[in-house]
Design a binder for this molecule. Structure first.
Ligand SMILES: O=C(O)CCC(=O)C(=O)O
Length: 491
């Protein structure tokens, strides 16, 4: 076999691949792919990296055989497009098998079965965000069909992955993930991704209602925006890419995304990769949970469903939330005490952030790109520089977007947002969804949290400590400005 970068020396599940596939060479070694993932700060599409993954054969038809008779929850939404995002709280839900989904989704749908109330010409269905571990339970061998080790993450497979199966029009409203970065393998059909940089956060009108751990939603329906209500959205720069089967999209940390299925059946698999920054994000998430639950249950103790995303089982008590917060803070200190990456300290100065970005920009300027024939970007003909050759295609801003003045909601002088140590408080409302806390992480934090509860003297953060920070004059000033800014929209 021709040895070269990333040559596949298959001994694992890919060993069943044909002669031709065994001869094919991957464009990046796992080490190189990981290096790219850990340094790249813009979305990009990896090509020719998964041709030997058994999971490339996971069509919805194939999966319906594997998951024979398994009841799966489908989210149902309307195909018509309103200016209001279709949040999960406003969708309907149906329990059905994949077989029933495929029968409903075919050319001559039956009028019986669990989908009978939903005309497929008007509605879409989405088995979204399904953890393999829940879906395949006793069929754990299947985890090996997904081989994130090719991207430099040894041992990572289906166990750390989620599956998404949808009909045309199925979509996920625009949000950012608080944790990690994301690798998304498109298996069947095509999905169109609308991406926005973290810098555009103020233009996306972030909201934590509906509340879900690790997701910050945008109030804007980015495919049909209400510009009267959300005028700043015009300043956001859309990066659009159509992901084809066999490609893997890299979504960097905190990039906003709206994702829509544009083929009759789509299947994709993703894995959120943990990052150093998640330690602080976990503390931020715990603060958010405490605040949202406290205020929403005070407002109306009986009306949880309206504000709580269906992915959250129930609202958590103040006691539990404080335990989460203490668990996250302890884990943060434990990690940074024991790790050597002290320079990754949580409260990075804005200066450091800019430096990292500049470095990245220089990288991109170095080499011209040839692009991969199979990438369909939003509007066609743009070619951007990529240091990585034809098999890594950067997702660049869509040219139809008006050039934006780069200013935030508060464009005056920005002084109000700089804390005493040079921290940029403007980032306070900018830094939240991605990888939801994995089950094992939940367990770890929960464990630390429950230790704290057993020994109150070890509790790091009391309710008063939290309140002191939340009602710090610098914070309340920002809150006041945000509230006033929000009201202005209506005058
Ligand atoms: O594919 C989708 O609909 C959404 C995927 C997503 O939000 C993610 O992978 O973070």
């Amino acid at each position: 076999m021709a040895a070269g970068p990333g040559a596949t020396t298959d001994t694992g599940p890919g060993a069943g691949a044909g002669e031709e596939e065994r001869e094919r060479v991957k464009p990046f070694t796992p080490e190189k792919a990981k290096e790219i993932i850990m340094s790249l700060q813009q979305p990009a599409v990896f090509c020719n990296m998964v041709f030997d993954w058994p999971a490339q054969h996971w069509t919805a038809n194939h999966l319906s055989e594997v998951l024979h008779g398994k009841q799966i929850r489908f989210r149902i939404g309307l195909k018509s497009t309103d200016t209001v995002p279709q949040f999960e709280t406003t969708c309907s839900y149906v329990e059905a098998t994949l077989e029933e989904f495929l029968t409903w989704n075919c050319d001559q749908p039956s009028i019986s079965g669990p989908f009978r109330d939903y005309d497929p010409s008007k509605f879409w269905a989405y088995a979204d965000y399904k953890y393999f571990v829940n879906l395949f339970e006793d069929k754990t061998d299947i985890f090996q069909d997904v081989m994130w080790s090719d991207f430099g993450f040894p041992g990572r497979n289906g166990r750390e992955s989620t599956l998404w199966i949808g009909s045309v029009g199925a979509h996920t409203p625009c949000h950012l993930d608080s944790y990690g970065c994301n690798l998304v393998f498109q298996v069947q059909g095509r999905k169109r991704w609308h991406l926005f940089s973290p810098e555009d956060t103020p233009f996306l009108y972030p909201t934590r209602i509906p509340y879900e751990e690790s997701s910050v939603f945008s109030k804007v329906n980015v495919v049909n925006p209400d510009l009267k209500r959300f005028p700043q959205f015009q300043k956001a720069r859309r990066h659009m890419v159509t992901l084809n089967p066999g490609q893997v999209l890299f979504v960097p940390r905190h990039w906003w995304h709206y994702v829509e299925s544009i083929d009759p059946v789509t299947v994709s698999i993703n894995s959120w990769i943990e990052l150093e920054e998640d330690h602080q994000a976990r503390v931020e998430e715990a603060i958010t949970r405490t605040l949202v639950c406290a205020l929403k249950t005070a407002e109306d103790p009986h009306n949880t469903r309206a504000w709580l995303n269906p992915t959250e089982v129930e609202e958590t008590s103040h006691e539990v939330n404080c335990r989460y917060l203490n668990g996250a803070v302890s884990a943060f200190f434990d990690h940074f005490r024991t790790s050597r990456v002290i320079e990754m300290q949580a409260l990075k100065t804005n200066g450091e952030y800019v430096k990292k970005k500049e470095l990245n920009v220089h990288n991109h300027g170095e080499v011209g790109q040839t692009g991969s024939q199979n990438i369909t970007r939003g509007t066609g003909k743009q070619e951007a520089a990529s240091p990585f050759g034809p098999d890594l295609v950067p997702v660049i801003p869509s040219p139809e977007e008006a050039p934006s003045e780069r200013g935030g909601i508060f464009e005056s002088d920005g002084k109000d947002f700089v804390g005493k140590d040079g921290e940029h408080f403007g980032k306070l409302h900018c830094t939240q969804r991605q990888q939801r806390m994995s089950r094992s992480e939940h367990a770890a934090v929960g464990q630390i949290a429950s230790c704290g509860a057993a020994a109150p003297s070890q509790t790091l953060i009391s309710t008063d400590d939290l309140l002191d920070c939340l009602v710090n004059p610098q914070v309340t000033r920002i809150v006041a400005q945000l509230l006033i800014q929000g009201r202005n929209l209506w005058f």
